[in-house]
Design a protein around this ligand. Structure first.
Ligand code: T1G
Length: 697
């Protein structure tokens, strides 16, 4: 029927087989092939039942996301699935891997579904700013009820095959060969005289339940949890149509709502985020056949919060890891910290006691560098001081076996200088984790001037094994993420001196979609960290780079954030809830006065421009210097390490969506008003003048 969909006959059973690597996405060829195959099987009198099965790692994993934004090609998926459901012969979908989005919509338009125990099913469209647009919002409620369908569609999270069996999404769990199991199940249906069972005609799960209450509850939850998102509310409205309208009308309503989501800027941003994350792991100048070294054992130097978090990442990936500390007490404390961290997961119910013991068995403590002679990778996570790093890397060079990868978790020191402490700079790389390392998905893989291709490829493979979003970056102060956040933090402090308050500025940025505003963030990490950077900058930067003084004033008043109970906000004992700090206004007044600034009311838009455009300008410089390969890599870093909202796509995508001419014009104004920090990046100027986007690079 087409080169990606074939139709075979096994006696009275027709087998429709999809083979469209890598994930059997429902591109036009698959849609045509499905429609032709099911029509042919329907028309063939010798065929009594139909089995739908997929080759490769998974059942169809959804519409082809690459097609979004392009003119639609017929047949559309709704037409294909409605045709499958209308068939008069019983059809069986055989599910393995992840039947997601359009894939699950095809499966639920079949009359029966069987699945491997290891399979998962879900409707993740909301994560792309969409909603299930091929009948999922109408058919899933008819299988699992409105409340459960709302949970699945609004969260976008998949469920296991066993839960799907329990809920009635699948009819049986199978094992072994998919085709054989499908044929056997179809033959059993025929033997039992079971015919077509159309999901769209089933209403038993809709009756006798207060569906309107379920919708109202979900609506309230969505407006509280994700007020800024466009598609979740439309998911709810689509599911509401499943019990308020007949199927045909409901499908029409779903299509209208899907159309609204498809054209929303949030869909473009979320799809950008999806593909950018996958693109980031591709290193343009890395030869395709670069070998990757075996990683069977790991070591971590330093058993502090970062070191233990990193060790936990290795244990979670099943890799034995040794934590080296300077004394047996420190070593034991580190192991205790690891156990406590796992203990919190057990308390939350996300880890069993048994799993905790299995993971702790993979973590050991040592105090002698000689015990690192068998590890394949070591990650140094000690104090951010070059003297300390030198001692560590000289010891690693002397004790680790040839070919071991020597990684530094440094967040801002010069990796090339660290590599120079060893006789093997080609084996030195940066693995910059984000705290807490066992939670944050982002990993900046810092390639030194001498880092070999093999070590770089292996570092990326380690990141994948640790389930991180790994992004390769070059060497500079702060690499990519921190270098950008420094600009953003400084501008937010200037805004305080110009008339803003922490509540207002944090509120505006939270409304923009950031998980946390800059001042709540400062209070969390401690103002002294920022103050140390300011002090260092005062000593090193030329005079025209003015610095805010608010952190100095806060420190003078003993307000360092949560750890002192007072910072930009006030914290009652034992509570992290930010309250207004009554002493702050006087400090802000004094800071403005010292800078000779007349405090004024700032608009929300001005706050966004002064903070987010600072990220964009620095991102353009980072691109120009080749510290990041592509603007989407910068977006991936900022989305996964700094709480930038995915529905805005990332700072560089956001700049493209505003228009670089507008961004450039505002930055030129800021350069006039606020001096050297705002010198426009030449690349931004060039692209703005050529009417191009960062994405065009
Ligand atoms: N369309 C196009 N390409 C896709 C794709 C998709 N749906 N899913 C994955 N790929 C590519 C991906 O870019 C990568 O490409 C390769 O496949 C391997 O992906 C009408 C409208 C299925 C769990 O949201 O969640 O259906 O980098 O690295 O880790 O209602 O891919 O190799 O060139 O992620 O094994 C709904 C999205 C779509 C599922 C596999 N479906 N995909 O994970 O591999 S909207 C989704 C995933 C929809 C209907 C609506 C994951 C995966 P490259 P990968 P993986």
């Amino acid at each position: 029927m087409s080169d990606v969909v074939t139709l075979e006959r096994h006696g009275a059973i027709a087998v429709v087989r999809v083979n469209n690597p890598p994930v059997n996405a429902l591109g036009i060829a698959v849609r045509e092939g499905l429609q032709n195959s099911f029509n042919a099987a329907e028309a063939d009198p010798a065929v009594k039942a139909i089995v739908l099965v997929c080759e490769g790692s998974t059942f169809m994993a959804g519409a082809d996301i690459k097609e979004f934004g392009k003119p639609p090609k017929s047949p559309g998926l709704p037409e294909v699935v409605n045709g499958i459901e209308a068939g008069t012969k019983p059809s069986v979908a055989v599910i393995h891997g992840t039947a997601l989005g359009g894939g699950l919509e095809v499966a639920v338009s079949c009359h029966y579904r069987i699945a491997l125990k290891s399979a998962k099913v879900g409707l993740p469209e909301v994560k792309l700013g969409l909603l299930p647009g091929a009948g999922g919002t109408q058919r899933l409620p008819r299988l699992v009820g409105v409340a459960k369908a709302l949970d699945m569609i609004v969260s976008g999270d998949p469920i296991s095959a066993s839960e799907a069996l329990e809920l009635g999404v699948v009819d049986a769990l199978i094992e072994g060969d998919l085709t054989a199991a499908g044929i056997a199940y179809a033959e059993q249906l025929l033997a039992e005289g079971k015919g077509a069972r159309r999901t769209g005609e089933r209403t038993d799960k809709l009756d006798g339940v207060d569906n309107a209450a379920a919708v109202a509850a979900k609506r309230a939850e969505v407006s509280k949890k994700t007020p800024g998102l466009f598609s979740p509310q439309r998911c709810v409205s689509a599911v509401e149509a499943a019990f308020t309208l007949p199927l045909a009308e409901g499908l029409k309503r779903e299509r209208e709502l899907f159309g609204e989501c498809l054209v929303s800027p949030q869909r473009a941003a979320l799809v950008h985020a999806f593909f950018s994350e996958r693109q980031a792991s591709k290193i343009d100048d890395l030869p395709k056949d670069t070998p990757v070294r075996e990683i069977n054992r790991a070591g971590v130097i330093g058993g502090g919060t970062m070191g233990v978090g990193i060790a936990i990442c290795f244990a979670n990936a099943g890799i034995p890891v040794k934590i080296l500390e300077i004394s047996s007490e420190a070593r034991d404390k580190a192991l205790e910290r690891a156990r406590d961290t796992y203990g919190m997961s057990v308390k939350r119910g996300s880890l069993t006691e048994d799993a905790l013991e299995k993971r702790m068995a993979l973590i050991s403590g040592i105090t002698d560098y000689a015990d690192l002679n068998d590890v394949d990778v070591v990650v140094e996570a000690v104090f951010e001081d070059m003297g300390v790093k030198q001692k560590v890397f000289e010891a690693l060079d002397a004790n680790c076996k040839p070919g071991a990868i020597l990684a530094s978790n440094t967040s801002s020191l010069d990796l090339n200088a660290i590599a120079a402490f060893t006789k093997r700079p080609e084996d030195v790389v940066g693995l910059h984790f984000f705290s807490p390392a066992n939670v944050m998905r982002l990993l900046e893989v810092v390639r030194g001037a001498k880092t070999s291709f093999e070590v770089l490829a292996t570092a990326m493979a380690i990141g994948k094994k640790l389930k991180k979003v790994s992004v390769p970056v070059g060497v500079c102060d702060g690499f990519v993420g921190n270098r950008m956040v420094f600009q953003y933090g400084r501008e937010s402090e200037f805004l305080l001196e110009e008339g803003g308050t922490p509540d207002q500025i944090d509120g505006v940025l939270r409304k923009f979609g950031l998980a946390m505003g800059p001042f709540a963030m400062r209070d969390l990490s401690g103002l002294d960290i920022g103050l140390a950077i300011r002090t260092r900058q005062r000593q090193t930067l030329p005079a025209e780079f003015k610095l805010p003084t608010i952190l100095d004033k806060m420190a003078e008043a003993g307000m360092l954030g949560q750890k002192t109970g007072k910072g930009f906000y006030l914290y009652e004992k034992g509570s992290r809830a930010p309250l207004t700090n009554p002493e702050l206004p006087a400090i802000l007044e004094a800071a403005s006065k010292q800078q000779g600034i007349e405090r004024r009311q700032l608009t929300d838009e001005y706050i966004i421009e002064r903070t987010i455009y600072a990220l964009i300008n620095e991102g353009a410089k980072i691109l120009e210097e080749g510290i990041a390969q592509r603007s989407s890599d910068i977006d991936v870093i900022y989305l996964n390490g700094y709480g930038f909202p995915a529905h805005q796509g990332g700072p560089m995508f956001y700049a493209d969506s505003i228009g670089l001419d507008r961004v450039y014009a505002r930055i030129c104004e800021f350069h006039q008003q606020h001096g050297a920090w705002w010198k426009p990046a030449p690349l931004l100027e060039k692209l703005a003048k050529e009417g191009r986007k960062f994405a065009d690079l």
